[in-house]
Design a protein around this ligand. Sequence first.
Ligand code: SF4
Ligand code: SF4
Length: 356
Amino acid sequence: MTSRVYFVKVNISDPIAAVQDKLLRLLDKSNLFAFIKPFDSVAVKLHFGEEGNTGFVRPEYLKVICDKVKEKAALPFLSDTNTLYKGSLTNSKDHLKLAYQHGFTPAKVGAEVMIPDDQDQAQVREVNINQEFIQNAKVLSVYLEAQALVGVAHFKGHIMTGFGGALKNIGMGSATRKGKLEQHSNVAPVIYQENCVGCGACVEACPVQAISMKDKKSHIDNAKCIGCATCIAACNYLAIDVSWDSGGDVIQEKMVEYAKAILDSKKKKSAFLNFGIKITQECDCLAKDDPRIVPDIGIFASTDPVSLDKACLDAVNKAAQKDIFRELHPKRDGNKQLTHAANLGLGSLEYDLIVV
Ligand code: SF4
Ligand code: SF4
């Protein structure tokens, strides 16, 4: 099967209004939202950018997307989940505040912003998928309950997955912190004893009493730990973190299996946009202005997230005249996420690129 990927060239020197016009042309020519019906609630899944980051997709472009959804008499809302690492996007209150600071206000984009809280079990769902690496995916139920899904991703490099695009936005981005930890690591979090001040907040927060204090330093009992990641958010001293390297060999397969948990609920009810603008070495969780690694390429759109990511990857490598993400992250072959996703039936590795 060959899927259609639509593309419009965009350059950094284009004014925002010109990019908005091009995006509108892309949406019109591709008829990307043909599947959206009146009164559908449409989850527009994106990343609002960590504090200090400048790579995220701008709110002005989300306004164009939301306006187009509303033309169908549907009801869009912007959404993302809380991060696994400790930062400005770790809890729903701070996350929403930063999204607003970055310009994603209802007044500016014409849609509500919803940051579901994975500490509230009513907002969490386990989806039984019985795949090779993941049995039960832990996701925020809002993405299952919405009638349609539009994934909007900044296409860029990633320290753990080589690159991140549509598949990562949905797979990692719809998971609870427990689900993110399951994807990132095969073991419990680790405690950096040199940072631990012995405050005991993690002991209080752990739901299964897996943390104890010894000599005013905390310790995790790996046998008791259920990998919920609550302690990472509870520690204000950056003393608890994911063992980032312990599960890196299969993180991409796990991530794609999580994407399947969401996308199986959105058959013929989802579409994806990748912004190949300000393509950086690392993701938008980085709290800094990460420099470009290749010239701007443009915006890609498809109802097939695998073809979409493949088309972006090919375009980036063509612009760089080498496999640039592999060069920057030699241990991570991003092709793994594409082949696993194609094997799971999430899309095709073959595509036709249609320039509009
Ligand atoms: S919350 Fe952090 S600083 Fe406090 S005891 Fe736990 S690891 Fe140590
Ligand atoms: S990850 Fe969850 S279960 Fe494991 S030590 Fe931390 S709070 Fe306890």
